[in-house]
Design a protein around this ligand. Structure first.
Ligand SMILES: O=C(O)[C@H]1O[C@H](OP(=O)(O)OP(=O)(O)OC[C@H]2O[C@@H](n3ccc(=O)[nH]c3=O)[C@H](O)[C@@H]2O)[C@H](O)[C@@H](O)[C@H]1O
Length: 431
């Protein structure tokens, strides 16, 4: 029999370090040599662990209670007021990502026509949170209350559905950005997969169930080369993790439609731009750099072909979102049980006229009256696709969707907003 003093032999050399037994350790081993002492020690350790764990859970629940930014009578009153419907046949809509670019515009449009709107946003710092807070304050001035919280917070969602009978959910909260997925892949799983499932679980259990309209993405077309992209084209070749999570969202929502009777409409947005936009997007960051006199990097595709996007103006996208809410059929389930088939729809929301990135820069130069310093580089393998181009006939037919703003006009509106928001103090225009 090997004694306690014998060195253990590692099964995989190098996996753990062999410690020479210290004289102090010998005493420690002797302590355990009698079985009754060992039993007492074990009891003591168990008691210690149990009291530590209960203390931890007390601290956790206490701090959650103290730091929770939602709950309470006043909070519920704000939520109810915001959800008030002020037109006949109006809807009560929960807008997730309401502090975001598309979310803030859609919330305002719904509120202005008399629908009830409650926002939800976690105000994360993917880009300058002060821009999100400024959107929040604009919405607040227009009677839209944004709850600060995450779509992964099932308790918060349950509470919201408890306080308000939402007829619709406009789900826009997401981790956006194609190239950032290589830097922070987990954030895409957290928001676009886990967050989506948490939200669908809440919607499935709500009684009555709301109809759901949510943001998919043009990026699901990935390496598809058939143009223009139609909803029937293949979407099984994503070029980025962002695209893959959006594609997964389309499959996940299909499951909830199939099993629980949730009414689902997925919208494939094509590179949305405009006032109050996202600072991480090319048109926005180019504007900032041009004004600051910094060089901009323009990616170029294979064989020196310019990249192109079907840039779509925010007002057109808002019309598509509102049209989707207006035409969404009802969910059929209740109490988590399906009572019959419910609609499952997917639409492209694009502009149908792709423009190359260098042309986008030319337009910005004209509007800003400043020459850009261009640094043209080959497109790195970072998830980008060479071009996008939407076929919108389905959305035209079913939603009455008809984009009316060309890139020239839309960028003019963006630049006007940019200069009024950031002024000419270019140092202020941080990311
Ligand atoms: O339709 C979508 O579903 C997506 O649209 C948007 O993605 P993209 O179409 O990639 O927009 P965006 O980043 O503005 O790059 C535009 C062009 O500029 C090029 N580009 C970009 C940056 C740069 O420094 N240089 C450059 O040439 C770049 O190579 C590209 O050709 C949303 O961000 C995304 O969240 C998602 O909603």
């Amino acid at each position: 029999m090997p004694s306690l003093d014998t060195d253990p032999i590692p099964s995989t050399p190098g996996k753990f370090k062999i410690e020479r037994t210290h004289p102090m350790n010998r005493q420690f081993y002797r302590c355990f040599s009698s079985s009754s002492t060992m039993f007492l020690w074990a009891l003591f350790l168990i008691a210690l662990t149990v009291s530590y764990l209960s203390f931890q859970s007390f601290v956790d629940s206490g701090s959650r209670y103290l730091s929770a930014s939602w709950g309470g009578i006043q909070w519920e009153k704000q939520v109810r007021n915001s959800a008030q419907i002020h037109r006949r046949g109006g809807m009560a809509v929960l807008v997730t990502g309401a502090g975001g670019f598309v979310g803030s515009h859609v919330s305002l449009a719904l509120k202005r026509r008399g629908d009830g709107v409650v926002g939800l946003d976690n105000f994360n710092n993917y880009y300058d949170p002060s821009l999100k807070k400024a959107r929040k304050s604009l919405l607040n001035d227009n009677g839209v209350f944004i709850v600060e919280g995450d779509v992964n917070d099932a308790k918060l969602l349950a509470k919201l559905f408890d306080v308000v009978v939402f007829t619709h959910v406009m789900h826009l909260a997401a981790q956006a950005g194609v190239r950032y997925a290589m830097e922070n892949p987990q954030s895409y799983v957290h928001s676009n997969i886990a967050g989506l499932v948490t939200l669908l679980e809440a919607c499935k259990s709500a009684d009555p169930q709301p109809a759901i309209v949510w943001a998919s993405s043009s990026s699901v077309y990935g390496l598809n080369e058939k143009v223009p992209f139609s909803e029937l084209d293949r979407t099984d070749q994503p070029a980025s993790l962002y695209a893959a999570t959006k594609k997964a969202g389309e499959e996940i929502t299909h499951t909830y439609n199939h099993i629980y009777g949730l009414s689902i409409t997925g919208l494939r947005f094509f590179t949305v731009y405009g006032p109050w936009g996202r600072p991480d997007m090319a048109y926005f960051s180019f504007t900032r750099s041009i004004l600051q006199g910094k060089a901009i990097t323009i990616y170029r595709g294979k064989n020196q072909v310019d990249l192109a996007r079907d840039f779509t103006f925010i007002d057109d996208i808002v019309k598509g979102c509102v049209g989707s809410l207006d035409t969404a059929g009802k969910s059929t389930g209740s109490g988590g049980k399906k009572r019959g088939p419910a609609p499952y729809r997917i639409f492209n929301l694009g502009n149908t006229s792709p423009v190359t990135v260098p042309t986008l820069v030319n337009i910005l130069e004209r509007h800003l009256k400043v020459k850009a310093k261009r640094n043209i580089v080959d497109m790195p393998g970072n998830g980008d696709v060479p071009f996008t181009h939407a076929n919108i006939s389905l959305a035209q037919r079913e939603l009455g969707y008809k984009p009316t703003t060309d890139l020239q006009t839309g960028l003019k509106k963006f630049v006007t907003w940019y200069l009024s928001y950031y002024g000419y103090d270019h140092e202020k225009s941080v990311n």
